[in-house]
Design a protein around this ligand. Structure first.
Ligand code: GLN
Length: 490
């Protein structure tokens, strides 16, 4: 390729394709080359033959007006069903599972003639946040060539593939923060929409009351234009909302005059890193200079501290119930046994890692009839209180704004998915977005010691355009639009 087109945004690559500066095949061959050279363990499977065939079928064709994604390579987390392509969710229990249908979002992207070049690595069954628990081993932060820092999870491979400019966008899923947290560690835009806006048909369920299709891009405009394609109503998903979609989500100008933004004091107070706080405060000043009102508001810190415990109880309970079909008979390898219980016992003992087992034990405990009221229902009540407290802030404000993570990407030995009090609030506050199904977007605001970090905006349900508008204004000041490992200058 004459120029590094994969380091451009989706909108720019689209223009280059329209102007015939580059072809789908050239883009695809380069993306495949980068995918194969990647040594951060981003891919479960690289779809070389399929991608090349698809790209060849597009050669010489005019780019249709309604196909923004035409000829553009992308990657998808390996918990999206792909017809005829092994899909394991990063778990040994699904080794060899080949879905008979495409997830709706994969179908929409196929209809656009986007080119799927690979399925990406993840924490097993999307549970976890470190990129260390999937059956393909550890994923590494591409900004650290010494492989000491994690990229975060669970959508780890997708984050790597966009941060390393292998592809300009990648699909992930977000149940607690699984796109928005790795986005912060990877210098990316990580977006999840209002719950129910994008069809989840064909996405492996983890905790459906919290699950969202989400994705990584390298610009706010790319995130909003992708929503035009993915947010269409789908009757295959009974939780997909009837709410009317706008003509286009790409209809804002970054003007924040009069916008009201809330910063929850208790979240920021719990963060210790001066450099991250300085960048965050600087971005508040920029928003104010642009005419936004930014207020520090308060939320009961007991509620904020309860986000993670409530999340882990609710998500583990839902996960336990949803994954009951991975029993070595309906799904998964049959390791033998004389009774159903024995077959299931063998399959689940061999098929799952310790992290998953721990969560299933927790979920089963919370769902036992004698514990339900004390554990499961209590967590649900806490969730309701957190949502009510958030709603009362969002009644007055256009968005809640905070650092997406209290630190840059941690080192491998500094992070686990167990409860820790170090950053109980700042490390888990993004879960609010899943509790209330709010649209939420992370975008990069700075680098420290060569590693990126991001901030997050969370808004009212169906208020995506307003949220993108504020995000755009932040992006305009950062100089980090479309940053990747290939163009970042230390
Ligand atoms: N890190 C969270 C967890 O451990 C979030 C996972 C997710 O969003 N899929 O469950």
């Amino acid at each position: 390729m004459k120029k590094d087109y994969l380091s451009l945004t989706i909108l720019e690559i689209h223009d280059a394709l329209v102007n015939k500066e580059v072809t789908p095949l050239e883009l695809t061959l380069e993306a495949l080359k980068r995918a194969k050279e990647n040594n951060d363990n981003a891919f479960e499977i690289i779809l070389e033959e399929e991608a090349i065939n698809k790209a060849k079928s597009l050669e010489g064709k005019e780019v249709p007006k309604d196909k923004l994604m035409f000829g553009i390579p992308y990657a998808a987390k390996d918990n999206f069903s792909t017809k005829g392509i092994e899909t394991t969710g990063g778990s040994d229990i699904l080794n060899g599972y080949v879905p008979l249908f495409d997830a709706t979002v994969i179908k929409y992207l196929n209809e656009q003639d986007a080119i799927l070049i690979g399925k990406t690595t993840l924490d097993e069954l999307a549970m976890g946040g470190t990129g260390t628990s999937g059956h393909k081993g550890i994923q590494y932060n591409p900004y650290d060539l010494t492989h000491n820092h994690l990229i975060g999870g669970s959508s780890s491979g997708s984050a790597i593939s966009v941060a390393s400019a292998i592809v300009p966008f990648a699909l992930g899923s977000d149940t607690g923060d699984s796109v928005r947290k790795p986005a912060s560690f990877g210098g990316l835009v990580g977006f999840k929409p209002t719950w129910g806006l994008i069809s989840r048909f064909g996405l492996f369920p983890f905790a459906p009351s919290l699950d969202h299709v989400a994705y990584f891009t390298r610009s706010i405009d790319d995130a909003s234009s992708m929503l035009d394609i993915l947010a269409k109503y789908d009757e295959n998903d009974s939780t997909n909302t009837y709410h009317k979609r706008p003509e286009t989500y790409l209809s804002y100008d970054g003007n924040v005059k009069g916008k009201k933004i809330a910063v929850i004091k208790e979240i920021i107070d719990s963060i210790k890193d001066k450099d991250l706080l300085n960048s965050f405060n600087k971005s508040i000043e920029e928003l104010r200079n642009d005419g936004a009102v930014v207020d520090f508001v308060s939320m009961d810190s007991n509620l904020l501290k309860a986000i993670y415990p409530a999340y882990i109880v609710i998500s583990s309970s839902e996960a336990t119930s949803n994954n009951a079909n991975l029993d070595g008979i309906k799904f998964g390898p049959n390791y033998g046994g004389n009774t159903y219980e024995e077959v299931m016992f063998n399959a689940r003992t061999k098929g799952f890692s310790n992290l998953i087992k721990r969560r299933f034990v927790l979920g089963s405990y919370a769902l036992m009839s004698e514990n339900q009221e004390e554990v499961f229902l209590k967590a649900q009540k806490i969730r309701r209180l957190i949502v009510e407290a958030t709603n009362s802030i969002l009644k007055e404000y256009d968005a809640i704004y905070a650092l997406a993570s209290p630190t840059t990407a941690p080192k491998f030995n500094e992070s686990s998915d167990k409860l820790s009090s170090t950053y109980l609030i700042a490390d888990n506050w993004l879960g609010i977005g899943n509790f209330g199904g709010y649209p939420s977007v992370t975008l990069p605001i700075g680098f420290k010691d060569g590693l990126p970090f991001g901030a997050n905006l969370t808004s009212k349900p169906f208020d995506e355009i307003n949220m993108f508008n504020i995000a755009k204004s932040i992006e305009n000041h950062t100089n980090l639009k479309n940053v990747s490992t290939l163009n970042y200058k230390k």
